[in-house]
Design a protein around this ligand. Sequence first.
Ligand SMILES: [Zn+2]
Length: 136
Amino acid sequence: MVRIKARELMETHGTNSPIEIAAQRNIVVLVEDLGKHTWGYYTLTNRIPCIHINSRLDPDDALFAAAHELGHHVLHPGINTPFLRSNTLLSVDKIERQANRFAVHLLAGENEPEPGETKSQFLIRCGIHEMFHIFY
Ligand SMILES: [Zn+2]
């Protein structure tokens, strides 16, 4: 279900870049210093959706955070997600799991593992941090 949502979104927007999809959907993306433990969060204020990304993340993780928050926008409309701390990224919370699954499938995009490539090697090639591989 989440995987299908990610696929539909890629088809609609012609890209798997969460930044580009956000731009096309008029979602504001703010990169700001959120401290050491927060990757990002999503807000909907006065009907203006906004993705907040921690400027301290390396580029791959920042992209993952953007994809995760975009997942909340698509899957959980109207919910303001709380600050997403690095330890809650792996939360058993259903909406967090769904957003992580969405992000993994969005960032993997149309790519498939090469013959002989492990799932882990494949997902690293897609820029996805090892801690999220369980969501593929
Ligand atoms: Zn989240």
